[in-house]
Design a protein around this ligand. Structure first.
Ligand code: SD4
Length: 328
């Protein structure tokens, strides 16, 4: 039984806690020849991450690559559009229609693709993968991103009827507060059987955002970062509070310095809270995975659920909000 972050001995450690993983590797290598690989493993944000991680593992089981696993897992959440925060069913912007952000990144080769403020594309993660694999660019936004997606055969819906909504908004009031309520991002990180990492994320962004607003999710190093020497990290929460600090880049860099994923996620929350006038009231959450198959999660201001899968059935785990240093 895999340990979860509810108990101290196993926070951030995706392996049984009685024998340390490096020791287990050495013992097994001595007894059985080559050491076992830690993957496949998938971790994803929020309770709906269960469906994404299970889909990712099933993709691996069917012979799919880590990018297939990431894309399939995220497409599942985009398809469900179940909690009003991912896919075309996501909560609309201030003008009344959804604009979607997504990105994908592969460890080997450090390749990435990203789309932002995309309209009428049900699976922005697929559009992001197309940008990575079939363009010379990393990021496309708005109308150009939609055009590219359609040109490359990505499923699209007619957006002609958005014109009326856009006109009405332009003629009416343009002020809007970003409303975080009910808004989540699917961030999915995977480790394959060969020990390589990849990840992706997809969201309709913060509800009530201004048209054209781009959040953290499609920004590499903010909503997602993958480094095949170290591991991967994903973010959710209010993008404005993640992207000003390059949150996932920092998580990965802390792991590079030797921190386990759990500690690295918590350290980034502490770092941002220290610098930001709103301190721990910021709405930011991170997940991370390293190349040993260890994982972790941390959130600044709420109990944060996430899912982890190595086999057919995912485990739904959670972490409590990070305790401010002054209270520790
Ligand atoms: C955004 N980070 O666009 C996304 C929204 C989100 O939990 O993840 N909410 O700001």
């Amino acid at each position: 039984m895999r340990s979860g972050p509810g108990s101290v001995s196993c926070v951030g450690m995706g392996r049984p806690s009685l024998v340390s993983f490096p020791l287990l590797l050495i013992l097994t290598a001595c007894a059985n020849g080559p050491a076992p690989r830690p993957g496949p493993l998938a971790i994803a944000t929020w309770p709906f991450g269960r469906f994404a991680t299970e889909q990712a593992i099933s993709e691996f089981a069917g012979g799919g690559s880590r990018l297939d696993a990431v894309e399939a897992g995220i497409r599942e959440i985009e398809r469900r559009s179940s909690d009003g925060s991912v896919g075309l069913g996501g909560r609309p912007n201030a003008a009344g229609y959804p604009q979607l952000d997504a990105c994908i990144m592969d460890g080997p080769g450090h390749r990435a693709g990203s789309v932002a403020a995309l309209e009428g594309i049900p699976h922005p993660i697929t559009a992001a993968r197309q940008v990575m694999e079939r363009s010379r660019h990393v990021m496309l936004a708005g109308e150009g991103a939609r055009w590219f997606a359609v040109e490359h055969g990505v499923e699209a819906v007619d957006i002609g009827d958005l014109d009326a909504e856009k006109r009405a908004w332009v003629e009416g009031h343009r002020d809007a507060d970003v409303d975080r309520a009910g808004h989540d991002t699917i961030a999915l990180l995977v480790l394959d059987a060969a020990g390589h990492v990849a990840g992706g994320c997809s969201t309709s962004g913060a509800g009530g955002k201004l048209p054209g607003r781009v959040g953290d999710s499609p920004i590499l190093g903010s909503g997602l970062y993958v480094d095949d020497e170290v591991g991967a990290a994903g973010a959710t929460g209010l993008g404005e509070n993640v992207m000003r600090y390059c949150g996932t880049f920092l998580v990965v860099e802390f792991m590079r310095q030797g921190m386990p994923p759990q500690t690295a996620c918590e350290e980034v929350v502490h770092r941002i809270a220290r610098l930001d006038p709103r301190g721990y009231d910021l709405d930011i959450c991170f997940i991370a995975l390293d190349k040993l198959g260890r994982y972790g999660a941390a959130a600044s201001s709420q109990r944060f659920p996430f899912a982890v899968a190595t086999g057919a059935d995912a485990e739904l785990l959670h972490v409590e909000r990070v305790v401010p240093r002054s209270l520790q």
